[in-house]
Ligand binder design. Structure first.
Ligand code: OXD
Ligand code: MN
Length: 607
């Protein structure tokens, strides 16, 4: 049936002309049965989730185990971000760079127009005003997502501030907003029965950096469909940041307080599914140190008037990888999740109406329903939860949330960590020689691939600043931006940079380092380096801890393990330098000179 453009306009609860026009235009194109403006209220959430339960998309969990929480199960072909189908359609191909897919913008617009034409038929079109970061920020970053998925609306309410308050602020400031259009690409013919997880085999995640717009078609998976997250707060925000003089990064933010009650803030970049949420919610195993969190995935940073780099988390929720998150490994996350108000996707179900995933508890339940709805027992040779199963939980349910999370201007950083998942070569921790060497470390970051993106697992790939799938423009220009932005700042005030690797193996194949809570020992060493207290060996690759300078009190770890964790192996590094050389050649001419000099410096130090 659909609403006419006039009806859509007369029902629009806003005076913001550009928004009115865009909503009417999208409704005209996509032909939904009705248009609904999301107010963000609790009551609305209750109605939407009831509807999703009735439709079979959500299953209400046992409220005694997980209050006000739901499980969703996706189509098995829609479980992760689709990087091959993710595009940066800048006006010039060179501006997208070699790390992105590109198509000529008008050609892509034609394609998208065809795909979105009638794509919401038989469905409701939801309009979600949202803000990334604080509504009271000096320059609040607004977006409006239009989607035909109520699952997306419910999840966006956890991940961002959405609804009427945001809309009023957009009107009051007559503000710019990023238009973000999403459709699962599964129109319903009259009388056609819907499926629990509508989606389309064909998927497109497209960004137009110059006009700062986002189009996502065919997928309901969070990283493809909750458009405030990767699409806006990283890809589009990285372009805004380049133009406006700040940084949008794939980082967590931690607050650390020493036994002497001195506090420090640290941001850390790791590729997807490499333990950012675990580090963000670290439970320290060393006495007297306190950890609080401000964020687990995305950090926006800018230099303040005093030349300090300040960081804010633009998100309101966690969209964490469930497998590997457990009462042993991450009790803080488990406590936050157990408070409820969460949406779980592709986890297994327990017989008493809860969710379970690999690593959640010591003992595997004797019987489960796996993420594909089949009866499951521990003898089976496939995991019960999908390896990229997710929990979506409000951040304010974290007991250890630092009060500064709520400060619009964020916190001044003392340190930045870059980390990857590497079996060899990269020591447990290396302090960079200086800021420029730290950018070099970030630019050469590498990791074995994980289940967060569709594709082969365990393949080594370079992932600059853990931003490979998220840089919204040319990667060389992005690195130039890092170099340029800090060049005018007093070097003393810059955060100290460290490269870390929790995943190195011993010669017999075991993990050299226990990881999780014991990573607090590495953080402590980094803070002591900043304070000028901890010893280090000045190696060709940077400053690596002496075995004595790491606090290993109470830790059961063999000398062989410590040696394997800290080793700088000349042969491995000769290969690494070669591989960095190859990586750098892929940038063509756009790599900053400073980084080429850093590579030359490394090679000459390695001899
Ligand atoms: C995420 C990702 O979901 O990086 O955070 O894929
Ligand atoms: Mn991420």
């Amino acid at each position: 049936m659909g609403q006419t453009a006039q009806q859509v306009l007369s029902d629009a609860p806003t005076t913001h002309q550009r928004l009115r026009d865009w909503v009417a235009e999208v409704a005209q194109l996509t032909q939904p049965d009705r248009v609904y403006w999301v107010d963000g209220s609790e009551q609305e959430y209750a109605v939407l989730t009831d509807e999703l339960v009735a439709a079979g998309t959500l299953k209400r969990l046992n409220p005694e185990l997980f209050p006000n929480s739901f499980a969703a199960f996706s189509d098995p072909k829609d479980v992760a971000r689709v990087e091959e189908q993710t595009f940066i359609c800048s006006a010039k191909e060179g501006d997208a760079g070699f790390t992105n897919n590109w198509m000529e913008p008008s050609e892509m617009k034609t394609k998208l127009n065809d795909l979105f034409a009638g794509s919401m038929r038989g469905r409701t079109m939801y309009v979600i005003p949202f803000v990334m970061g604080h509504l009271e920020a000096k320059d609040p970053k607004f977006g409006v997502e239009i989607t035909d998925s109520a699952y997306v609306v419910a999840s966006m309410r956890i991940m961002a501030q959405i609804g009427t308050d945001v809309l009023r602020k957009i009107e009051e400031l007559d503000a710019f907003f990023v238009p973000a259009l999403h459709s699962v690409g599964a129109p319903l013919e009259p009388g056609e029965q819907d499926v629990p997880w509508p989606c389309n085999e064909e998927k497109w995640i497209v960004h137009f950096p110059e006009e700062r717009s986002i189009y996502s078609y065919g997928s309901g998976y969070g990283g493809n469909a909750l458009l405030g997250k990767k699409c806006y707060a990283l890809r589009i925000a990285s372009v805004m940041a380049r133009d406006e003089g700040w940084l949008a990064e794939h980082m967590l933010i931690l607050k650390l307080t020493s036994p002497e009650q001195k506090s420090y803030y640290l941001a850390a970049a790791f590729p997807s599914a490499c333990g950012k949420t675990n580090l963000a919610l670290l439970d320290p195993t060393i006495d007297g140190w306190k950890v609080e969190t401000l964020g687990d995935d995305i950090t926006w940073m800018r230099f303040d008037d005093e030349g300090r780099l300040r960081a804010v988390n633009p998100e309101a929720g966690l969209f964490g990888v469930a497998p590997g998150t457990g009462w042993d490994t991450n009790p803080n996350a488990m406590r936050a999740i157990s408070k409820g108000n969460s949406i779980f996707t592709n986890c297994a179900l327990t017989d008493d109406g809860g969710v379970w995933w690999e690593g959640m508890t010591h003992e595997t339940p004797a019987h489960l329903t796996d993420w594909q709805g089949n009866s499951w027992t521990p003898e089976m040779d496939h995991p019960a939860a999908h390896p990229n199963a997710r929990f979506c939980t409000p951040i304010n349910q974290i007991d250890m949330l630092a009060p500064e999370y709520h400060e619009p201007d964020g916190v001044p950083l003392s340190a930045i960590f870059f980390g990857g998942r590497r079996k060899t070569t990269i020591p447990l921790v290396t302090q960079s020689r200086d800021w420029s060497h730290g950018i070099f470390m970030g630019s050469t970051l590498s990791s074995e691939t994980t289940a967060a993106a569709a594709g082969e697992l365990g393949r080594l790939r370079r992932d600059p600043m853990a931003m490979l799938p998220f840089i919204g423009y040319d990667a060389g220009d992005y690195l130039k931006h890092w170099v340029k932005l800090s060049s005018a700042v007093d070097a003393e005030k810059l955060p100290k940079i460290f490269l870390v690797n929790w995943f190195r193996r011993t010669p017999d194949g075991g993990f050299a380092w226990p990881g999780f809570g014991d990573n607090s020992r590495v953080v402590k060493w980094a803070i002591e380096r900043i304070e000028g207290k901890a010893e280090a060996v000045d190696t060709p690759i940077g400053f690596v801890p002496t075995a004595d300078s790491l606090d290993l009190d109470g830790l059961e770890i063999s000398t062989e393990q410590v040696d394997a964790a800290l080793k700088v192996d000349a042969l491995e590094w000769a290969e690494e330098a070669e591989s960095i050389d190859e990586w750098y050649r892929r940038f063509g001419g756009s790599l900053p000179e400073e980084l080429l000099s850093e590579l030359e410096g490394l090679k000459s130090r390695l001899g």
